[in-house]
Design a protein around this ligand. Structure first.
Ligand code: RB5
Length: 148
């Protein structure tokens, strides 16, 4: 049974909750982090929690939602080993898995309807990585230790 960590800031609470419900309905174990309704939070805090859960193997994958998904993707990609992809449509959701082996999916809670976000989550989860792209992932990993 896979485990997925799902986080949001205050701008995407409804999306986070909808995704957590959707994942549970798929039989996926969910770790949910983020503020409650009426609370504020800073997206780097949830990005850190979710990214850390993934690289420590407490979760197999992560999903992060903020207003645009931009801040979450920038923050999560600061954590070594994270390949966070901001997606907006089925094509980018599938390619994030197929080409990039994205281990964190980022979504914009102020841009997408919750049902549509769940469709994008399904596209990402149901698409396999193509091994011919592995060399590029290795080059990304090398950037993490290049210091430049
Ligand atoms: C919060 O107002 C907003 O800046 C945040 O949710 C996100 O969109 C940042 O990228």
């Amino acid at each position: 049974m896979p485990t997925i960590a799902v986080g949001s800031d205050h701008a995407a609470i409804a999306m986070r909750q909808a995704i957590a419900t959707h994942l549970a309905a798929r039989g996926i174990d969910v770790i949910e982090v983020g503020p409650g309704v009426g609370e504020k939070s800073d997206y780097p805090d949830q990005a850190h929690l979710v990214a850390s859960a993934v690289v420590r193997h407490e979760a197999d994958l992560g999903i992060l939602c903020c207003g645009t998904g931009i801040g979450m993707s920038i923050a999560a990609n600061k954590v070594a080993g994270i390949r966070a992809a901001l997606v907006h449509d089925p094509v980018t959701a599938r390619l994030a898995a197929q080409h990039n082996a994205a281990n964190v999916l980022c979504l914009g809670g102020r841009l997408l309807a919750e049902d549509y976000a769940n469709e994008l989550v399904d596209h990402w989860l149901d698409t396999a990585f193509e091994a011919r792209h592995q060399g590029r992932l290795d080059k990304i990993a090398a950037l993490e230790s290049s210091g430049a």
